[in-house]
Design a protein around this ligand. Structure first.
Ligand code: V47
Length: 371
């Protein structure tokens, strides 16, 4: 039987990957517009290996906290935020939050607290500083990855201080790094549609730029699968890559698939992105972001089975044990809210990779050799 010749549009991209050349906007679009999912995955895995990646897949042992869901911004993609008057609104005192974190730490000695909140207009900068100080005093060895760039910017409007002044205070109080939320899609057109009350993309970049120059590390994200075009996705990745060229402070990138449940978009008929779209985003992120060392297959968002495939589409990290996720679960995520270490180890092994427990800055804590 004669085999049909397949013409691949990905040839020129492959040539560049093999030559170690940087991909441009057109290359990114070619990848997203291609239906050759397996070749895209293979290319992303190749790029990862050519840039020094090996078979190790990492995770961190972490606890997710959120001190308040009260938020002044009404992002249309968000199912987590509440106004002060709504029944499900909460703001936890520092004492309650720390007591809870300490109790959880006794049960599972996590190495990281990941904290993201609403932009609560009813609390001030001291509230955040007191929280960091108290967490650091009780859990001195735990890395505090807290407050997105949007929250940091919100703290400047509450306090009248600059980004740098707020970050200096947060760092002195115990902040160790920033999470990557608030990025959404940087293009003005999309921001105006999905997050009209949110700060301009330039402000998001200024906060990360300032943090990096102060020696703080951060992660970065993209929220895809709503009203953005492929061009706007690739533009987002290129802007992150340019920032990384300037400061080198991003330790990882996490593509976040939009979860429409309980949001305005659910009523407009939006559906969750498909598995193949999620895998393409994973791969194109790895291919475009040639200067960000770690790309995460966020199992909370993708589920464990698709995350395992994501490890062959350019990802080398699965985030963590993630006790108590709330943002994605408010928007309909059906995934678990926690994986124990032995579950993650088994999961990584079954995907054909070597499990590595890491710290928040991606230094190795423990490698699980072959079973
Ligand atoms: O900025 C909110 C996203 C972000 C939805 O740094 C949604 O490791 C999908 O900062 N569907 C906040 N996404 C959470 C955040 C984060 C998340 C995961 C990893 C890291 C990290 C940081 O969550 C928001 C937005 O982009 N988000 N609602 C939703 N319905």
């Amino acid at each position: 039987m004669a085999l049909l010749d397949r013409t691949s549009t990905l040839g020129p991209v492959r040539d560049k990957v093999e030559a170690g050349e940087r991909l441009d906007l057109e290359d990114g679009l070619t990848i997203l517009e291609s239906d050759d999912l397996l070749e895209i995955g293979e290319l992303a895995d190749l790029a990862r290996r050519l840039r020094g990646g090996n078979d190790e897949v990492s995770f961190v042992q972490n606890l997710y906290l959120s001190q308040t869901n009260v938020c002044r911004v009404k992002c249309k993609f968000c199912a987590f935020a509440a106004t002060q008057k709504q029944e499900h609104a909460y703001s936890t005192t520092t004492e309650e939050l720390v007591r809870d974190a300490v109790a959880q730490h006794r049960l599972a000695s996590f190495t990281e607290i990941h904290m993201v909140n609403g932009e609560n207009p009813h609390i001030d900068l001291d509230f955040y500083l007191d929280t960091l100080r108290a967490l650091k005093a009780e859990l001195p060895d735990v890395h505090l990855k807290c407050y997105t760039a949007s929250e940091v910017h919100h703290m400047t409007t509450l306090s009248g201080l600059t980004h740098e002044e707020v970050l200096v205070e947060l760092k002195a109080a115990g902040l160790d790094s920033l999470p990557g939320g608030g990025a959404e899609i940087f293009a003005d057109r999309v921001r105006a549609l999905v997050a009209p009350g949110k700060e301009h993309a330039d402000i998001w970049f200024h906060v990360h730029d300032t943090a990096h120059r102060m020696g703080l590390r951060s992660t970065c994200t993209m929220l895809y699968g709503h009203v953005e075009t492929y061009e706007e996705r690739i533009d987002h990745l290129i802007r992150l890559r340019e920032q990384q060229d300037r400061t080198g402070g991003f330790v990882a990138f996490i593509p976040l698939a939009f979860h429409p449940e309980n949001t305005v978009f659910e009523r407009r008929g939006f559906r969750h992105s498909t598995g193949s779209e999620d895998l393409k985003m994973m791969a194109v992120s790895r291919l475009m972001l040639d200067n960000i060392p770690n790309i995460k297959a966020y199992w909370i968002m993708m589920g464990m089975p698709l995350s395992a495939v994501g490890l062959h589409f350019g990802a080398n990290d699965v985030q963590g044990t993630v006790m108590r996720e709330t943002i994605f679960h408010a928007a309909g995520a059906q995934t678990e809210t926690e994986q124990k270490i032995d579950q993650l180890v088994r999961f990584v092994r079954e995907a054909g990779r070597i499990p590595v427990q890491r710290d928040s800055l991606h230094n190795t804590i423990q490698v699980w050799d072959a079973a």
